[in-house]
Design a protein. Structure first.
Lengths: 403, 393
């Protein structure tokens, strides 16, 4: 018996698989030059890459990058008065505190996100910004760390979970009040259509936040058994999805005041938000409908078998499962909405893209058009790419498609 | 006790599901109708206050504004015709954009699955970069930065092989122009088409009768080309002449002129949509199981043939539905033209609104146009989809 084992052991030793490491040349041969066609492709694309990288480097080294830091405040928060800037920071702190808290109590993806936020803020604080800004930036990491600590402590307490969800939900109105101000609490800040990049963020968050419940209702309506409700919802969804956002914005800018009574005159930003919510709700409804369709019939039948009526079955059984399935699609929708906020410029709202044109019009910054567009592109790219990365991670952790 | 049982046998109407369904629907419709009525009522009061009345009569008035490209148009033409010019411009940029985006998408999508590491990574970078930057930023980049800043003036234009000139005023390229003998040759074109259709139908019937696979379209095209070539030589003088752009005193003359905004819009839309189509193509190809490729390899097909004969026919079924929605997106996104000054239907529509102050009518017209286009595209795609669908037992 023992002998046999020894022999097996020896054979295993001798027959160990060859090492996985592939020499560089063999890797090149396998991946780049495995046929004459691939060899040509490799050479052509190498030449293209070299040309592109050299061109980019030469341009980037000669570019007038000082246009970005000089106008950074204008780009990010537009005409937001400097003495009220603390309110913007407070909003950022609120969100990063909540992020930290959630990461402390959940871990996983949340922890990674808040770690990235904190480390990015520390990294930014190293850059040569004015000292005040650096202090604020470092504060983000500190607040996130405090939140993390508190969240970690709260792990055992049962009621904290509800508190956390409530805090996240409350953070939307609190942020809006902080940023905009409210009669009697905080002074209202005038000229809220000229807040630069902040408007893109607010537009996306408000749009997705408001369109989500409407979208769920529309999706349920479209699958309703009652034909009247189904037809109305389907018509709404299909009409909105059939026209471009810009035509809806055009409608909001010139026709909305005709449809409302004479004493109701919402300002441009409100109108833009209404439009983007109405627009996004139709797409959201289609996403949610996708999730609803993926729920097998058995779930409905089981729900009614245990005596739940239609409404309860939908709320307690169907929606939680369906919404979980469509989280990635909703994140994708959020990204699309965020990118669509650049269209606000069409109705004379000075969001990032539109406020940039005022810098380009400045004689001092003539010819910095490439620098500015590259900056905008990078800013959007980083945010959108990291969001889609997060959504892919969520997809993995939720195990969508593995059920 | 027995009394209670008896009363529960006939359900009261407020708990009868059949009654409830009808009542709830009627209530819902009443609420919706009341909302719409309220909006329309407001509209009427507001319009009355402005002294306006909804009518489409303004479409017969003289437009009075210039449109620099598209169909032959004069500022003295009527508003309705100007709007039509806008619609045609939208269709023009959408159709060419769809073709270009499809080419880009297919090439990049296949490249993402290439066995060549470098090509695969490059294609991946392209897709990830383009998809995560707003389309409008890209359009502004192409229009303001590339077309209007980076390109040279007409005098020192960049010339590409084949007499294509890139300038700050747009792109000039050679184009075929109609000569006098074209009117004779057009008969050959019509005749050729008719002949091709006849050949197609006959060949198809024959194939069907003999129950053999084949490509009747190849026969038809051959017949058409032969007729066209024969007509070309029989007709005295060439029916089409190549017009090459030549630098005149101030500008290029002859050839085809693509305006800066059209070029920027076309590049922006096709590059952007191409990235999305690439992902769709990739997903479609990976949806075909690996065994199919291996089986094709086993019977000795070469890579290109495997792609053409085995993978693509199966992948197309997965690809077409999302592709259709991308085409629709491209068409809808072409409305961003208004922000870079291309005269599409959105731009002409808003211009007419600025001239006439007809808000409601113009919005209705614009939305109806886009809805019609969306509807037509999706009908076409559904038809194609049905034809391509797997015929199951």
């Amino acid at each position: 018996m023992r002998d046999n084992r020894q022999i097996v052991h020896i054979i295993k030793e001798q027959l160990r698989p060859p090492s996985e490491r592939i020499p560089v040349i063999r890797w090149l041969k396998q991946n780049l030059f495995n046929s004459w066609f691939n060899a040509i492709l490799t050479i052509v694309s190498t030449v293209l890459i070299v040309i592109a990288v050299f061109g980019l480097l030469r341009w980037a080294l000669g570019a007038r990058w000082e246009v970005i830091p000089t106008n950074l405040k204008l780009l990010l928060v537009g005409t937001y008065p400097a003495e009220h800037l603390w309110r913007v920071w407070a909003t950022v702190y609120l969100v990063s505190f909540l992020l930290g808290f959630s990461s402390g109590s959940h871990g996983g993806l949340m922890r990674r996100v808040s770690t990235v936020v904190a480390s990015v803020s520390v990294l930014l604080a190293i850059l040569p910004f004015p000292w005040g800004t650096r202090g604020w930036l470092l504060g983000i990491a500190v607040v996130a760390a405090v939140g993390f600590g508190l969240g970690h402590l709260s792990k055992g307490i049962r009621r904290c979970k509800r508190l956390e969800i409530a805090a996240w939900l409350l953070s939307f109105p609190i942020s809006l009040v902080l940023l905009n101000g409210m009669e009697g609490i905080l002074p209202v800040i005038k000229g809220r259509t000229t807040w630069g990049f902040m408007l893109n963020l607010i537009g996306a968050v408000v749009g997705i936040g408001l369109s989500f419940p409407i979208g769920v209702l529309l999706a349920l309506g479209r699958r309703s058994e009652l034909p009247a409700i189904r037809w109305v919802c389907t018509a709404y969804i299909e009409i909105i999805r059939g026209v471009p956002l810009i035509s809806l914005l055009f409608m909001a800018s010139i026709m909305l005041q005709l449809l409302l009574p004479a004493n109701v005159r919402p300002d441009l930003l409100i109108r833009a938000m209404m439009t983007i919510t109405a627009f996004s709700a139709a797409y959201m409804a289609e996403n949610v409908r996708g999730g609803l369709q993926a729920i097998p019939r058995g779930q409905y039948e089981a729900a009614s078998a245990v005596g739940l009526n239609k409404a309860l079955a939908t709320i307690l059984i169907i929606l939680p499962q369906a919404l979980r399935l469509v989280i990635p699609a909703i994140v994708g929708q959020f990204i699309a909405l965020f990118m669509d906020t650049t269209l606000f410029g069409f109705i004379a709202i000075l969001e990032l893209l539109n406020i940039t044109r005022s810098i380009m019009g400045n004689i001092e910054w003539r010819g910095t058009i490439f620098e500015l567009y590259v900056f905008i592109g990078i800013a959007f790219w980083i945010l959108c790419y990291s969001m889609s990365y997060v959504s892919r991670r969520i997809e993995k952790t939720l195990g969508v498609g593995e059920r | 006790m027995s009394k209670k049982v008896a009363s529960s046998q006939s359900i009261p109407f407020w708990r009868d599901i059949r009654v409830l369904r009808v009542v709830s629907q009627i209530l819902f419709l009443i609420v919706i109708a009341a909302g719409i009525w309220w909006l329309l009522n407001n509209l009427q009061t507001n319009l009355k206050a402005c002294g306006l009345k909804i009518s489409f009569g303004f479409l017969k008035n003289t437009a009075g504004f210039p449109i620099s490209e598209g169909l032959r148009y004069d500022p003295t033409d009527v508003n309705g015709y100007a709007f039509w010019v806008g619609i045609v411009n939208t269709i023009r940029v959408a159709v060419i954009g769809i073709v270009l985006a499809t080419v880009i998408g297919v090439v990049v999508g296949v490249a993402r699955l290439s066995s060549n590491w470098l090509v695969k990574k490059l294609a991946g970078i392209y897709v990830e970069v383009i998809r995560n930057i707003p389309l409008l930023v890209q359009l502004f980049f192409w229009y303001f930065a590339v077309m209007l800043t980076a390109l040279p003036m007409v005098k020192n234009s960049i010339s590409l092989p084949g007499s294509i000139y890139l300038t700050r005023r747009g792109v000039y390229m050679p184009w075929a122009t109609v000569t006098e003998s074209f009117s004779t040759w057009i008969f050959y074109v019509i005749g050729g088409l008719a002949l091709a259709i006849i050949v197609y139908v006959l060949r198809r019937m024959q194939l069907k009768r003999t129950e053999r696979p084949g490509f009747p379209i190849i026969w038809a095209t051959t017949v058409l080309i032969l007729t066209l070539v024969a007509g070309w030589f029989i007709t005295p003088g060439n029916p089409l002449a190549l017009s090459v752009p030549v630098l005149g005193r101030f500008n290029f003359e002859g050839g085809l002129w693509l305006s800066t905004s059209f070029t920027a819009l076309l590049i922006g839309l096709s590059v952007y949509t191409g990235a999305f189509i690439a992902e769709i193509v990739r997903a479609g190809i990976t949806a075909v199981s690996k065994g199919q490729t291996e089986a094709a390899k086993a019977i000795g097909l070469k890579n290109m043939l495997i792609l053409r004969l085995v993978i693509l026919p199966q992948a197309l079924r997965v690809i077409i539905p999302p592709l259709a929605s991308q085409y629709l997106n491209l068409t809808k996104n072409s409305s961003l033209a208004i922000l870079i000054g291309y005269y599409d239907l959105m731009n002409v529509g808003t211009t007419i609104f600025n001239q006439t102050g007809r808000a409601v009518e113009m919005i209705l017209l614009i939305m109806a146009s886009y809805l019609t286009m969306s509807l037509l595209t999706s009908l076409l795609m559904n038809y194609y989809n049905r034809r391509m669908k797997l015929v199951e037992r």
